[in-house]
Ligand binder design. Structure first.
Ligand code: ADP
Ligand code: ZN
Length: 803
């Protein structure tokens, strides 16, 4: 082959077309599909990173062709499967293929290219002497130079006193450790030992260790610690030739605590049926998709684990996806405890170095079971035997940035490619998945009972309108408060959910009605007692809590809308003896904080776990017998046709935390909308009834799963810009599409301004629209150049949020 097709990584000039480069003779034997290379790009000496995606013998192009500069990888970092997946992903998510490829890889493999200024021996102009100091090279960093320096640099480059060079930095670093090993035989070292002075204790210790461990290789810090000797002794020993130091590549190990080993449980009937069916698909290499609909506590995890076991026994690998791993440490520990070193974890809680190393363990075949959140769906596993997606309805499975992929769709694509089953599990499946199971597209596996036939918790709905009338403004109704007190007396535990962090959600002036808003976003600022600040939950803007109204200078500022901070304060006042752990974004910023707080709760060091929706998932604590939802209405108010579905899912999920072991569970849901259907069905914990009712609503309103949806959003720095662009898009679509669709909008987005950008959107609803793909692709291409003027078009196929 004479030419290679390279997908270049140039953010401002994205295209789906690979560029063709000549292959220099020197590299002819080293190039492979899926490795990274460095290539010249554009005018000047600019160098960029690219991926080899094809080879060819002849090209149409008649001009002078550039050659590949050098290679970064010796072995492919994108295997054949992921290369073709990236093509499909680009097409279905309306993203450029390069961003699809980059999404699949650990972030350290994203190259950083920088400009370097080099002197060429001539004296530098005065303005630059201090800047360069003794160095002959300097990284070009505009932000660091003052205007005089910048002008001098430009002039020096024009005069040839400075040369600009481009380098691509490979940020992926393999961790290395200094290892120590003996270089002389025990006999020789004995002779050395005999000659060492009596008072040189450290040397004697070291020599004795080398004599006793002639073949060992041990990390220097470990040896120094173990023997209690100074590093200087090791250095002297190395100089005298008793031992050698060697840098050895090691893998970072993200599992900090050892995990207790666990063993397969004897399955109950429903579990056995599920495992058997999945196992049949694994052995027969069938790409069936299963929907495992099992109530909370029905033992879905054990089904997953035994299905993974079947894949391993068949000599295959397994991929298990969970919503957000930091929130489900219990689940991850069960997988690690079952499969030990075969497991690799991929999630946002890892450092970038740890992620890179876990990824390498998978890419090299050392790890055969991968557990991870959304992006783990791209784990470079080969020969996959089963793909599992726990809590398949969870919205974190949709990526909200380009490429806006659905993890479920990617999982299904990989299932087809690998000829393996995909298991979607949930107590509250998405309507889309349940409807497909209803039509027989997916195979439905039901587990309607809890393990050991433990009953589901009894759910009571508390009408807060009456509570306010009788008891005044409060966040705790008497029945809920009494129930918590009762659990305190019985030394049982309570989980309380309020899906709103901070102290209160907005600050309003009672004299003029002014609400304090974010200057960058169209949203009110949230009050936080910690740090005494008003904070924007969208862009992070902060300011001190004002003493007077910025509008009328009145002093009657009042806060509204209770958040978790305020509830924590109220609990301390109402139930002073209760030990409370608060879990929300503010208390879990530090790495590993989730796990620590949950471990404290699990070991009985607290009576109440209070948190946002992050406590609704996956917790399995036998001593929790009470769940309280302080305000079920937060998710009902969302401007989204899925508001009911999301509310039902959240309430069912959190209710499922109660009464999972011998003791019976009880749930209180406080709401101002006690008659709302989602709340009523959640009270009965009847997913199937909710499903039938909600399907009727969707049918009447022409919403998914009866229709497909695509959202097109325009954003720009000026409101009239984004508005005019979205109207242009609207006109274009109406011209190019058939009349078999419904376009909603254009309208400003629900939050029309975020971080000083204005958002306008339209939504296309369709069942079958033959021209859609080509129309959207051409919109994407048309507006690619506009990004340079700060106008962005984003296309989101099957959005999960309409905010
Ligand atoms: P789910 O994921 O469906 O909510 P889990 O998988 O967490 O439920 O199971 C609930 C509890 O039941 C767990 O503590 C689990 O260890 C236990 N369990 C699951 N399957 C069995 C079984 N076959 N025999 C005994 N206990 C089981
Ligand atoms: Zn803001």
């Amino acid at each position: 082959m004479k030419f290679a097709q390279v997908l270049v990584d140039v953010p401002t000039m994205q295209t789906n077309k690979p560029y063709t480069y000549k292959i220099p003779d020197a590299l002819a034997n080293d190039l492979r599909l899926g490795i990274r290379v460095i290539v010249p790009f554009g005018r000047g000496k600019r160098k960029v990173q690219g991926f080899i995606v094809g080879f060819t013998d002849h090209v149409e192009y008649a001009g002078k062709m550039k050659a590949i500069d050098s290679i970064i990888d010796l072995t492919p970092v994108v295997n054949d499967e992921l290369l073709s997946l990236s093509k499909w992903l680009a097409q279905t998510t309306f993203a450029f293929r390069i961003s699809c490829v980059l999404t699949m890889l650990p972030s350290v493999m994203r190259a950083k290219s920088t400009k370097i200024l080099k002197t060429n021996g001539q004296p530098l102009p005065d303005a630059l002497v201090d800047l360069f100091g003794d160095h002959s090279e300097l990284e070009y960093d505009e932000a660091r130079f003052n205007s005089d320096q910048l002008a001098a640099i430009i002039k020096a480059v024009q005069n040839g006193e400075l040369v600009v060079d481009y380098v691509v930095k490979n940020q992926a670093r393999v961790k290395q450790v200094l290892k120590i090993s003996a270089t002389q035989s025990p006999n020789e070292l004995q002779t050395v030992l005999a000659g060492v002075p009596k008072n040189a204790v450290a040397q004697q210790k070291l020599l004795n260790w080398l004599i006793e461990n002639p073949t060992a290789e041990v990390a220097q810090p470990n040896l120094v610690n173990q023997l209690g000797i100074p590093i200087a002794t090791v250095n002297t020993a190395a100089q005298r030739g008793w031992l050698k130091k060697q840098k050895v590549a090691v893998l970072r190990d993200p599992s900090k605590q050892p995990v207790a080993r666990n063993y397969p449980l004897a399955l109950n009937g429903d579990q056995q049926t599920a495992v058997d069916q999945i196992a049949t698909s694994i052995t027969n290499s069938n790409d069936d998709v299963y929907l495992l609909e099992g109530v909370t506590g029905s033992g879905k995890t054990e089904v997953y684990l035994q299905a993974i076991q079947k894949a391993l026994v068949a000599g295959k690998t397994a991929l298990m996806l969970v919503p957000e791993i930091a929130l489900t440490p219990q689940m991850v520990n069960r997988v690690k405890g079952r499969f030990g070193n075969l497991v690799a974890m991929l999630h946002s809680g890892l450092s970038i170095g740890e992620k890179y190393d876990e990824w390498r363990r998978i890419n090299s075949g050392q790890a055969q079971v991968v557990v991870g959140a959304r992006s783990a769906v791209f784990a470079p596993l080969e020969n996959i035997g089963v793909i599992i997606m726990d809590e398949e309805h969870d919205s974190s499975y949709k990526q909200e940035d380009t490429p806006r992929y659905s993890t479920r769709e990617v999982a299904k694509w990989r299932g087809k490619y690998n000829h393996c089953p995909v298991v979607l599990g949930s107590a509250t499946p998405s309507l889309e998945s349940r409807a497909r199971a209803g039509k027989g597209v997916y195979k439905l596996l039901m587990m309607p009972h809890r393990i050991n036939n433990q009953s589901l918790p009894a759910v009571k709905v508390v009408d807060m309108r009456n509570v306010i009338v009788n008891d005044g403004q409060t966040d705790f109704s008497k029945p809920l408060l009494d129930a918590i007190q009762d659990r305190l007396n019985k030394h049982e535990q309570t989980v309380l959910m309020l899906n709103r962090r901070g102290y209160s959600s907005f600050l309003m002036c009672r004299e003029c009605g002014f609400v304090l808003k974010c200057p960058n976003c169209d949203i009110s600022l949230t009050m936080h007692l910690k740090g005494r600040k008003m904070q924007c939950h969208y862009c992070g803007f902060e300011q001190p809590i004002p003493n007077e109204c910025p509008n009328c200078h009145g002093h009657q500022l009042r806060s509204f809308g209770t958040g978790t901070e305020k509830v924590e304060q109220a609990l301390n006042r109402l139930l002073p003896s209760a030990r409370v752990i608060r879990m929300d974004v503010d208390t879990t910023k530090r790495k590993g904080a989730h796990e620590k707080l949950l471990a404290r709760f699990g070991s009985g060091q607290a009576d109440i776990l209070l948190g946002t929706q992050m406590i609704a998932k996956g917790l399995d604590f036998p001593n929790v017998t009470l769940v309280g939802v302080l305000n079920a209405d937060t998710s009902l108010e969302l401007p989204d046709f899925r508001a009911n579905e999301k509310t039902f899912q959240l309430l069912t999920q959190v209710s499922g935390r109660a009464g999972r072991a011998e003791k019976k569970g009880e749930v209180y849901i406080q709401t101002y909308n006690p008659d709302n259907k989602a709340i009523q069905f959640a009270k009965d914990q009847d997913y199937e009834a909710f499903y039938r009712w909600e399907m009727r609503m969707r049918h009447l309103a022409n919403y998914p799963p009866y229709f497909f949806t695509v959202r097109v959003t325009a954003s720009a720095n000026y409101e009239n810009q984004s508005a005019s662009v979205i109207y242009e898009v609207d006109r274009f679509l109406r011209q190019h599409l058939t009349n078999r669709n419904i376009i909603l909008g254009p309208t400003p987005a629900a939050i029309s301004k975020i971080n000083n950008k204005y958002y306008y959107q339209l939504i296309i609803k369709y069942k079958h629209e033959p021209n859609l793909q080509s129309a959207l692709e051409s919109i994407l291409d048309q507006y690619q150049a506009a990004t340079r003027h700060g106008v962005y078009i984003s296309i989101d196929s099957e959005p999960v949020s309409f905010m």
